[in-house]
Design a protein around this ligand. Sequence first.
Ligand code: ZN
Ligand code: ZN
Length: 229
Amino acid sequence: MKLFAVLLDLLFPPACAVCRGRLPDEEQFLCARCREKILPAEKCCIRCGYPLSGGFSCPRCRGYDYAFSGACAVFLYQGEVRKAIRRFKYGGRTGLARPFGELMAAQVKCRAWSDCDAVVPVPLHPERLRERGYDQALLLAQAVAKDLQLPVCSCLLRCENTASQTTLAAKARWENVRGVFCPAPGKPVPGRVLLIDDLLTTGATAHYAAEALLAGGAEAVYLAVLCRS
Ligand SMILES: [Zn+2]
Ligand SMILES: [Zn+2]
């Protein structure tokens, strides 16, 4: 078994999850340069996870009344990080869920609300799932849940297949996802929910997902994403 691991290592040397550069130690996930891209939790907005550049007023979430009570993100969605997320999301690199999920769990542990009852992924529409073959938010949720020793609860459904948010302007994004989430039949909603998604842009998707969870009986919803854009 050890020989097998050594051979595997020679064929596929441990690579940085973001830049794919060589890693000295597989357990680190990120090279030193990419590790510096992790957002410092104490310097990010507690409502939306965006890094604050001095002062306490966040330029990104001002004026929004989100249904989730707090959020955290690991990275900003740019440069090599953006490419890595796209490999994970559209390129079939599902193995990235483990390093990314553990980095998300580490950010959650820096928050006052890390004691949630269960992890809930923002659901993908079944049709989109068929096209892609896997659900990236579910994979992240499973990795986060494993690290935090919490159950995964898929108690939310996406009942309408909507256009991709990526091509839409901010206002259209809010219209696009309004009312698309509904509770999954027969799955009780946990009290304190840790909602998981890969990306937070306007917050519209997470807002309506959180709203559906609150309507389904959740006491509070907190959001952890891999990237804030
Ligand atoms: Zn790197
Ligand atoms: Zn904010």
